[in-house]
Ligand binder design. Structure first.
Ligand SMILES: *[C@@H]1O[C@H](CO)[C@@H](O)[C@H](O)[C@H]1NC(C)=O
Ligand SMILES: *[C@@H]1O[C@H](CO)[C@@H](O)[C@H](O)[C@H]1NC(C)=O
Ligand SMILES: *[C@@H]1O[C@H](CO)[C@@H](O)[C@H](O)[C@H]1NC(C)=O
Length: 291
């Protein structure tokens, strides 16, 4: 049987990050029941602002009027968010103009029409060879105004070991195939899988020390569409540090098109792999990103 390729799955994922939540100036809070709260990322729990002060929401607009929730992100510097490259790329892997994106940072509920004036414009998008190498699924978004009242998240700089306990968070849909994002931030626990286990489901898979690492869902704990770009964190000295960025998932059964939840393997872009490049783009020291 044909094993699907990493690239094919990334292309699929690009077409799947369609979480149907649009805000505009005419839409009041009352309209929010188009984003019902279901307490699951997949098997998730509500996350608090003190746990995720750095969390960001990415909104796309082609008309500067209607803003569609598209991905989750994390503040890693007062001027910059980190997210997945597939969140800001078109079907051909080209970066979309930053003018189309605004973000909300430091809130654990989705923005509404009333928040439009507080969304921050993205003024620059930097990627790291995503078009030619889709495993490099990472993007940096520069903000028009620095965020001074939020502490950015540090990067987990260590080797990603088998069974490393991690927590993934996002505003993504709570069921595979759904198009409605969660209107509250959700989190769930996931352990890193072994390179060997993941290779069994993906011929192209190398190891967890390259640009991406891999997890298997146990008890269905998983990330899903709309969580894309969001953080998967480790705890260091009881503080959350970002190990990866949600990239894509696939069912272990290649005949199934259920891409999140039970029996799924998921890939996360390993932020530390890009640390040197990130430091250069941000104009900061390498150490400042993880200490
Ligand atoms: C699934 O996630 C929940 C929290 O959302 C956690 O309590 C539980 O231990 C996780 N289960 C597994 C098998 O990792
Ligand atoms: C690899 O797969 C086996 C069999 O499903 C499982 O028992 C083991 O826990 C997995 N290893 C990791 C690191 O997830
Ligand atoms: C892990 O994979 C990367 C490519 O992604 C490769 O450069 C590296 O040599 C591999 N490391 C090990 C220990 O196999």
């Amino acid at each position: 049987m044909l094993k699907p390729t990493l690239f094919a799955f990334l292309l699929l994922m690009v077409s799947l990050i369609r979480a149907d939540y649009v805000i505009n100036a005419d839409k009041t809070d009352a309209d929010e029941d188009d984003a019902p709260v279901i307490a699951n990322i997949i098997n998730g729990q509500a996350a608090t602002l003190s746990e995720y002060p750095f969390i960001g929401q990415l909104y796309y607009s082609s008309d500067n009027k209607n803003f569609k929730f598209s991905c989750t992100a994390s503040l890693i510097n007062p001027n910059w968010l980190v997210t997945a490259a597939h969140c800001i790329s078109d079907q051909n892997g080209n970066t979309i103009n930053p003018i189309s994106y605004k973000v909300a940072v430091g809130r654990i509920t989705l923005a509404t029409g009333a928040d439009l004036n507080n969304l921050i414009q993205v003024i620059q998008i930097t990627t790291f060879g995503f078009k030619s190498s889709p495993a490099n699924d990472l993007a940096l978004l520069k903000l028009a105004n620095p965020i001074s009242n939020v502490t950015p998240i540090k990067v987990y700089p260590y080797i990603i070991t088998n069974n490393l306990p991690l927590e993934v968070a996002g505003f993504g849909v709570t069921k595979s195939g759904s198009s409605v994002p969660s209107n509250i931030l959700l989190k769930t626990s996931i352990g890193v899988s072994s390179s060997k286990n993941c290779s069994a489901y993906n011929d192209l898979w190398g190891n967890n020390s390259g640009p991406q690492f891999c997890t298997e869902s146990y008890n269905g704990n998983d990330s899903c569409q709309g969580d894309s770009g969001g953080p998967i964190v480790a705890m260091v000295n009881s503080k959350r540090v970002i190990a990866g960025v949600t990239s894509f998932g696939m069912n272990k059964d290649s005949n199934s098109n259920v891409d999140c939840g039970e029996n799924v393997i998921a890939y996360y872009t390993r932020v530390a792999y890009f640390l040197r490049s990130i430091a250069i783009v941000l104009g900061v020291s390498l150490e400042s990103l993880y200490t």
